[in-house]
Design a protein around this ligand. Structure first.
Ligand code: K7E
Ligand code: CUA
Length: 764
C-alpha cells in the first residue's frame, strides 16, 4: 500500500514536470525516455526532484561537517549535498594559502604542542555558536582529538581565526559542545594521562592519571576563546567522552559520558588481556553531571586556583562545593544528548541495545535531597540509576547518537551494528519507524537538531563504511553521507554523497539565511587577526624596504599584473613579500606562487597576505598568479632575481623583443577610442537605470571606475611619450591603456547583464 501511494506521488510529479514544459506529450516521452535509458524508477525521479537545485539556485541549509583526520572542516548544502568549501583548520591547505602565508602560520603556531608544530588534526564535533539555545550564524568551533585543541572559525569569512591547546589533557574527544549563549565551549579529555608533563608509570594509573572537562570561555564580541578565563574540572581516569550542555530548565549544567570506568590498563605484550576486554567488563559506566554556573561563580570569586596558568577545579573542591555528580549509564555509552526542552538527557548504549532517558528533574531532586547510593573511589557522589532514569527503550543493536525532530518528543538514533536509523518517541517510549542505512552509521544530524528549536525536514546519516555504494577508487573508500527525508511519517532515503576527505564524525546544519558572509575585505586587511595589516599597500605606493639583509616588499595585485614585476635581492637575504589585492569585484582572487620557495598565497579582494622566506641560492625565480583571474592571467607574472653577494645590478635599458612605430601607436589609439565608445554606451545604460538599488552592481561600478582611472593614467603616459617622439613607449602605454579599458568594459558588461536579468528600472 505504502509503495503504491509513493508511486502515485511520483507519477503526479512526472505529470507536474510535464506540465511545466509546454507540450505534455512531448515532455512525458522525453522524461520517460531518460528514465528508461538510465534505469531510473519513479521513486528515483522523485528523490532527484527533492534534492536537485537548478543552476544558480541555493540550498536551504548549510552543513558544517568535521573532516576527521584531514584536519579540515567541510561545508556543503542541503538538499543538494553539493560541497561548497573545505576550510583548513589544523592542517595546511595551499588553495587557501593556509599554512603558507605568515598570517595563517601564526594561527597554526598557536596550536603547537610541547613546542612542536603539529600540522594535522583529528576533527570530530563541530558546534555552531548559539544565542538562547539557537544557532546565531556567527562562529563554528571544532576540536582535535589527537592533540587536545579547539579552533574558532568565523562565519563572516569562513576562515580559522584561533587555535587553543588544552593545558592539561593528552587527548580530547568530547568537544565541541556549547552552552546556550556560547558562554563556554565544552571539551572533555578521552584517554587519561598525567596532568604534569613528565613520565609517570602506568602502575600509578589510578592515582596520577586523570581525565577532565574544560569549559573554554568564549567572547562573542571579540570572537575569541579566552584561556585565562576558562576552567577545567579534574575527573577520575575514566575515559570521558561526548558532552552536551543543559538548556532551558537545565541551563547551567553539563553532561559528560565516559567509558572504561573499570580503569583498566591493557598490555598485550605483557600477557594482559587487551583494553577492549578490560574496558567493557562492567555493566555500567558513569555520566558526569557538572554545575558550570556555580563553578563560574567560584572562579569569579577567586576561589579556584590556577595550575599551568589555567583554573583547575580539583575533585576535592568539586566534592566539597557540590559541583560534580556521577550517574550510572549503559555500558560503553557514546552520545549524550539534552532534549530541546532541556528536561531530559538521552544516552545511547553502544554495547547495549537501549537508549536511556534520564529526567533532569529527578537528578536535581536527588542532588537536593543528597540521595546518593554511594561514592566512586575518588569520593564523587553517585546518584542511583533508579533515581534518575525515566525509561529505557530498545532501539536496536549498537545505538550511538541522537538527534531531535521538530515534532515534540520525536528523536532519531543511529544504530551502528544494525546499520539503521530508529525513529522513536522519548516521551512515550514508542518506536515509530526504522530505516536501513549503507553502512554502519556513526553520527546522524537533523536540521538545527541539537538546538532548542529543531527544524526537522532532513536527516543526514554519517556512515562509517561505504563499501560498494560508489565507483571503486581503490582500497581507501570515500565516506558516505546519506540524505533522508524526514518530513513524513516514514523516513525516505534520497541521496548518497561520497565525502572524500578524512572520516567526518559529527556535522551540524544551519538555516542558510542565518549566514551573511562578506564577499570582500576592507582593503589592506589581515583576515586572520581581523584588523588592518601593517603591510597593506595602495596602488602606486609599492616599495621595497631593506634593513641589513631583511627585505620587505610592499606590493599590489590587480588584473592583470603584480607590482613589483621584478624583485632584486641578494643571496642570504630574508625576504618578506606583502601583497594587497586591490580588486573590489566579487570573486576576483589572485594567487601568488614562486619557484623553489614553497610559496603559495591566496589573496582575496581586499586581503593583504605575506610570505617570508630566506633566499639562500643565487638564481632566477619566476613567480605568477595562481588563479585564472582574467584573459591576461598568464601574463600576471614576474621574476625574483637573487644576485650573488657583491653583484651590482645593471641599469642598462632592457632591449624589447618587438619594435613599434608611429603607425603602430596610431592604430592602437584608434582601437582605444572605439573601445571607449563601447564603454560609454554601457555606462549610459547603467546610469540611466536604478543601479544603486543593486549592491552587486554598485561594487562592480566602483571597480570599473578604478580601472578607468588607471586607463586614464596610462593614456597620459602614452601621450607624453608620443609627444617626445618615443613611439616605442607610446605604443606600450597605449596598449596598457587598452588593457584597463578591457577590464572596465568587462565589469561594465557584467553590471549591465545583472541589471537586465534582475528587473532594473529606467530612471532617466
Ligand atoms: Cu565518531 Cu562523535 Cu568522534 Cu560517534 S564520534 S561515531
Ligand atoms: Cu591574478 Cu591570475
Amino acid at each position: 500500500m505504502k509503495f503504491y501511494s509513493r508511486l502515485g506521488g511520483a507519477l503526479l510529479l512526472v505529470a507536474l514536470v510535464s506540465m511545466m514544459i509546454s507540450s505534455f506529450a512531448f515532455a512525458e516521452s522525453k522524461l520517460q525516455k531518460v528514465m528508461k535509458e538510465r534505469g531510473l524508477t519513479e521513486k528515483d525521479v522523485l528523490a532527484a526532484a527533492k534534492t536537485y537545485v537548478p543552476t544558480g539556485g541555493r540550498d536551504e541549509y548549510i552543513v558544517c561537517s568535521s573532516g576527521g583526520q584531514s584536519g579540515h572542516v567541510i561545508f556543503y548544502g542541503i538538499p543538494s549535498m553539493r560541497i561548497l568549501k573545505y576550510v583548513a583548520v589544523f592542517t595546511p591547505e595551499p588553495w587557501q594559502g593556509y599554512g603558507f602565508d605568515d598570517e595563517s602560520k601564526a594561527v597554526l603556531a598557536q596550536g603547537r604542542i610541547q613546542g612542536k608544530d603539529i600540522v594535522f588534526g583529528d576533527t570530530h564535533h563541530p558546534a555552531f555558536s548559539e544565542t538562547d539555545g539557537d544557532y546565531n550564524g556567527r562562529y563554528v568551533f571544532i576540536n582535535d582529538k589527537a592533540n587536545p585543541r579547539l579552533a574558532v572559525i568565523d562565519l563572516h569569512d569562513f576562515e580559522t581565526k584561533q587555535i587553543v591547546a588544552n593545558p592539561f589533557f593528552r587527548s580530547a574527544h568530547g568537544g565541541c559542545f556549547v552552552t546556550p549563549n556560547t558562554e563556554y565551549v565544552m571539551e572533555a579529555s578521552q584517554y587519561a594521562a598525567p596532568y604534569k608533563d613528565e613520565f609517570v608509570p602506568l602502575n600509578d594509573f589510578n592515582d596520577e592519571y586523570r581525565g577532565g572537562l574544560t569549559y573554554w570561555k568564549f567572547n562573542m564580541d571579540s570572537g575569541r576563546l579566552e584561556p585565562e578565563n576558562s576552567f577545567t574540572f579534574e575527573m577520575p581516569p575514566y575515559s570521558q567522552d561526548l558532552c552536551d550542555a543543559g538548556k532551558g530548565p537545565s541551563y547551567g549544567w553539563g553532561f559528560t559520558n565516559s567509558f572504561c570506568t573499570e580503569r583498566y590498563v591493557g598490555g598485550i605484550e605483557k600477557g594482559r588481556p587487551p583494553y577492549e576486554a578490560g574496558c567493557s567488563s562492567k555493566d555500567t559506566d558513569f555520566m558526569h553531571v557538572t554545575n558550570w554556573k556555580k563553578a563560574e561563580e567560584l572562579v569569579k570569586a577567586g576561589k579556584v586556583t590556577k595550575v599551568n596558568g589555567a583554573y583547575l577545579i580539583t575533585m576535592e573542591q568539586a566534592i566539597k562545593e557540590e559541583l560534580m555528580f556521577l550517574i550510572p549509564e549503559p555500558k560503553s555509552p557514546h552520545g549524550v544528548d539534552v532534549t530541546p526542552d532541556g528536561l531530559h538527557i538521552l544516552v545511547a548504549g553502544k554495547l547495549d541495545s537501549h537508549a536511556w532517558v534520564y529526567s533532569f528533574e529527578k537528578i536535581m531532586k536527588a542532588i537536593k535531597d543528597k540521595n546518593f547510593e554511594g561514592t566512586d573511589p575518588y569520593g564523587l557522589p553517585i546518584i542511583s540509576l533508579d533515581t534518575a532514569l525515566e525509561r529505557s527503550v530498545n532501539v536496536g543493536l549498537g545505538p550511538l547518537h541522537n538527534q531531535f525532530d521538530s515534532v515534540d518528543g520525536v528523536v532519531y538514533t543511529s544504530i551502528y551494528v544494525d546499520s539503521q536509523i530508529t525513529k522513536w518517541n522519548y516521551k512515550t517510549g514508542k518506536i515509530l519507524d526504522t530505516l536501513p542505512i549503507h553502512y554502519n552509521v556513526g553520527h546522524l544530524m537533523t536540521m538545527e537538531g541539537d538546538t532548542k528549536h529543531p527544524d526537522g525536514k532532513y536527516l543526514v546519516a554519517l556512515n562509517k563504511l561505504s563499501i560498494d555504494r560508489f565507483n571503486p577508487v581503490g582500497p581507501l573508500h570515500p565516506q558516505n553521507h546519506q540524505l533522508i527525508d524526514i518530513s513524513g511519517a516514514q523516513m525516505e532515503l534520497l541521496y548518497d554523497m561520497p565525502l572524500p576527505l578524512g572520516e567526518p564524525h559529527y556535522a551540524v546544519a544551519i538555516k542558510a539565511d542565518k549566514l551573511q558572509p562578506t564577499v570582500r575585505y576592507k582593503t589592506g586587511w589581515n583576515s586572520r587577526k581581523d584588523e588592518k595589516s601593517p603591510f597593506r599597500c595602495r596602488a602606486g605606493r609599492e616599495k621595497v624596504v631593506r634593513e641589513g639583509n631583511k627585505v620587505d616588499i610592499y606590493g599590489t595585485l590587480i588584473r592583470s599584473h603584480i607590482t613589483p614585476e621584478t624583485i632584486e635581492v641578494y643571496e642570504g637575504d630574508t625576504v618578506s613579500i606583502h601583497l594587497t589585492n586591490l580588486e573590489r569585484a566579487q570573486d576576483e582572487v589572485h594567487g601568488f606562487a614562486m619557484y623553489g620557495h614553497n610559496v603559495q598565497l591566496s589573496i582575496e579582494p581586499g586581503k593583504t597576505a605575506s610570505a617570508t622566506f630566506t633566499v639562500d641560492k643565487a638564481g632566477v625565480y619566476p613567480y605568477y598568479c595562481t588563479e585564472f583571474c582574467s584573459a591576461l592571467h598568464l601574463e600576471m607574472q614576474g621574476y625574483m632575481l637573487v644576485m650573488p653577494k657583491g653583484y651590482k645590478p645593471q641599469d642598462a635599458a632592457i632591449i624589447d623583443g618587438e619594435k613599434y612605430t608611429k603607425a603602430d601607436y596610431e592604430a592602437q589609439v584608434a582601437t582605444n577610442i572605439a573601445t571607449q565608445d563601447v564603454i560609454n554606451q554601457v555606462v549610459g545604460f547603467i546610469t540611466s537605470h536604478n543601479y544603486k538599488d543593486f549592491p552587486i552592481v554598485v561594487s562592480l561600478v566602483e571597480d570599473a571606475t578604478d580601472q578607468l582611472g588607471f586607463a586614464e593614467e596610462a593614456k597620459t603616459k602614452s601621450e607624453v611619450a608620443a609627444a617626445e617622439g618615443d613611439f616605442q613607449n607610446a605604443m606600450l602605454w597605449a596598449n596598457q591603456w587598452w588593457q584597463y579599458q578591457v577590464k572596465t568594459a568587462d565589469l561594465g558588461l557584467r553590471a549591465k547583464t545583472h541589471l537586465e536579468q534582475n528587473g532594473a528600472k529606467k530612471v532617466k
